[in-house]
Ligand binder design. Structure first.
Ligand SMILES: C[S@@+](CC[C@H](N)C(=O)[O-])C[C@H]1O[C@@H](n2cnc3c(N)ncnc32)[C@H](O)[C@@H]1O
Length: 215
């Protein structure tokens, strides 16, 4: 049985006292729950407002997201882009492409978002940019590989966020499956990496927030 990271009543209270989503984000959230497989993957209001707030604090010129899904978190992160800034978001699933492009165009961030379809590990080596903010939310077993591929592409003082690092609480259970093992070893690796300062936030399914402090 997966654990609730946050007591459901506390979660509900936190959502109630967090800014509401824009009309477009509400639509993305609603449509995803009505029409798309695994809607639980969508960041949602609380985490989405957190991502938007972090991005607005950083004011990034360049953002990279791995795992676009229906575009919800990309739209949140784009809120903090400086004028002329760019967000690259990558997803392996081409089935959602038209819908997601529609949301991006509707958002007003359409020209700032570079949406790529393909496997993250194939696309990352061809990216020329360095990034002020990276959000890793794709295939969880490759979190470590993505961190290794990207850490030299993050600007000094820049930030990374990795989602689902508490894996429905399975990280503290006795019985460990393959996916949980990958999450555990990623968290362990980050804890010992001197290039980053890290905070594991028990928000939703766990967010690892890191700042690159050393080359
Ligand atoms: C958890 S969802 C992303 C949720 C989204 N970031 C949000 O918060 O609304 C994970 C996404 O990663 C994508 N994905 C899985 N493996 C991938 C890979 N190797 N490369 C790129 N995307 C991948 C899936 O297709 C899925 O849409």
């Amino acid at each position: 049985m997966p654990l609730d990271i946050t007591h459901p009543l506390v979660q509900h209270y936190a959502e109630r006292y967090t800014s509401t989503e824009s009309a477009l984000l509400q639509k993305v959230n609603r449509d995803t729950h009505a029409k798309v497989l695994m809607p639980r993957m969508l960041s949602g209001q609380l985490q989405g407002r957190f991502l938007a707030m972090v991005s607005r604090m950083i004011k990034p010129q360049t953002i990279l997201e791995l795992g676009t899904y229906t575009g919800y978190s990309a739209l949140c992160l784009a809120e903090g882009l400086v004028k002329g800034g760019k967000l690259i978001t990558i997803d392996a699933n081409e089935e959602l492409e038209d819908t997601v492009r529609g949301y991006f165009n509707e958002s007003g961030y359409g020209t700032s978002i570079d949406y790529r379809i393909g496997k993250a590990a194939d696309i990352i080596p061809n990216l020329k940019e360095s990034f002020d903010l990276v959000f890793i939310d794709a295939d969880k077993e490759n979190n470590g590989k993505y961190f290794d591929l990207l850490i030299n592409r993050v600007t000094l003082g820049g930030f990374l966020l990795v989602d689902n690092v508490l894996w429905s609480g399975k990280v503290v259970e006795d019985k460990i499956d393959k996916d949980t093992r990958a999450i555990l070893s990623f968290n362990e690796m980050i804890q010992h990496d001197q290039r980053v300062e890290n905070v594991l936030l028990p928000l939703r399914d766990g967010l690892m927030l890191m700042q690159k402090v050393k080359e």
